[in-house]
Design a protein. Structure first.
Length: 191
């Protein structure tokens, strides 16, 4: 059986507006072309997989159940655009969080590649043929560490990361895009 290809997607600042920690469902709003971007991934036969750090749980800002609620709303809004996420991975942990249960240095937390590696194992994904899209350096680093190519979007924290935080870049983004839709266009035009 041929291995699958995937587009790994960050959530906040990439698919939805980054409003800091999403603590209420009303704060959650998709970016304008995010639904179309995910549909493009679906139509191309790639898996669309969300990988998101949600340290707000470990910091005591919201309950873990809030993450599930947000992801239900996200999937509902995507389906309205005939788009679908094939899988969702999140890491609620952070070292030295205020909530003991979630306070740990987790292998899943980006910039570590744990969520991508887990998805690759569970869905039989060829990581060299796969891509990570995010608005932070840590997103791109997790993609690179897993063996993917990585795209930076200029939505969310992206512009700041690219313009003022660039001394910490270990390498240039493989793709630089205005938003997630543009990132998908760039990636699919080159493969
Ligand atoms: Mg983000
Ligand atoms: Zn974790």
């Amino acid at each position: 059986m041929k291995k699958k290809k995937a587009i790994f997607l960050d959530r906040d600042g990439t698919l939805n507006r980054d409003v800091g920690y999403v603590t209420h469902l009303d704060d959650y709003e998709l970016l304008p072309r995010a639904g179309d971007a995910v549909k493009k991934i679906n139509d191309a036969g790639f898996l669309a997989i969300l990988v998101t750090n949600q340290a707000g749980v470990a910091r005591g800002y919201f309950a873990e159940s809030m993450i599930e609620e947000v992801h239900e709303k996200l999937q509902k809004e995507l389906r309205r655009k005939n788009a679908n996420l094939d899988a969702i991975y999140y890491c609620p942990h952070v070292p030295l969080g205020s909530e003991n249960l979630f306070s740990k240095d987790c292998e899943m937390r980006k910039p570590k590649p744990g969520m991508i590696l887990k998805a690759a194992h569970e869905y039989d994904i060829d990581l060299e043929q796969s891509f990570m899209i995010g608005d932070k350096f840590s997103d791109l680093e997790s993609g690179w560490s897993a063996g993917c190519r990585s795209a930076l979007v200029l939505t969310g924290y992206g512009r700041g990361e690219f313009e003022t935080n660039n001394e910490k870049w270990l390498r240039e983004p493989d793709y630089l895009a205005e938003d997630v839709y543009h990132a998908i266009e760039l990636i699919f035009s080159q493969i």
